[in-house]
Design a protein around this ligand. Structure first.
Ligand SMILES: [Fe+2]
Length: 184
């Protein structure tokens, strides 16, 4: 078994009961649902893994729930991407780094988008800086992985269905192992 898969498995096991910051699903359940949505769409492995692990930053931060409650943005997008870039290619880490920016981008560029966001997601939007301005939109779309970040983001928004049956983490093992960079 790859070391990277074991690390992810441990994080999932440790935080299995954790609520997802004001949403109706548990955090780990949400991540599995997001990975499943990428998979049923026929997305390539790197995008399935990015979708599955897009919120790993929440699992790496000890007091995610406390930070949320006190209105502090713990930058789970950057925390997650930093962890992922040491273990996976940029095709996995960069959409994760940009998945919050992608929400801000979509709010600016798609007028229906905001009305489809969950209540918790609208609340965090403002903690995260609100809609992007025109200059930021141009900067966003020029970034590596921006288009994939938008795809992850749209699955992320749909992956909040309470009680929905999901794959297990083990079902993603071969995709994870095929992309993981094994360190010395
Ligand atoms: Fe998410």
């Amino acid at each position: 078994m790859s070391r990277v898969f074991s690390e992810i498995e441990l994080l999932f096991q440790e935080r299995i009961a954790e609520e997802y910051l004001g949403e109706d699903v548990k955090l780990v359940e949400h991540m599995l649902q997001c990975g499943d949505l990428a998979r049923v769409t026929g997305a390539p492995d790197y995008l399935i893994v990015a979708s599955l692990l897009h919120d790993i930053g929440h699992l790496l931060v000890e007091d995610a729930e406390d930070g949320h409650a006190s209105g502090v943005d713990l930058r789970h997008d950057f925390v997650g991407a930093q962890w992922l870039e040491e273990r996976f290619p940029a095709t996995v880490s960069e959409p994760v780094r940009l998945h919050v920016a992608a929400k801000r981008y979509l709010v600016t560029t798609n007028h229906d988008y905001l009305s489809k966001l969950s209540h918790a997601s609208v609340q965090t939007l403002y903690m995260q800086g609100g809609p992007l301005n025109q200059e930021e939109v141009i900067d966003f779309i020029s970034r590596e992985g921006a288009e994939d970040a938008v795809r992850v983001r749209l699955w992320d928004d749909l992956a909040k269905v309470r009680g929905k049956a999901t794959s297990s983490l083990a079902d993603f093992k071969s995709a994870i192992d095929s992309l993981a960079i094994e360190r010395e």
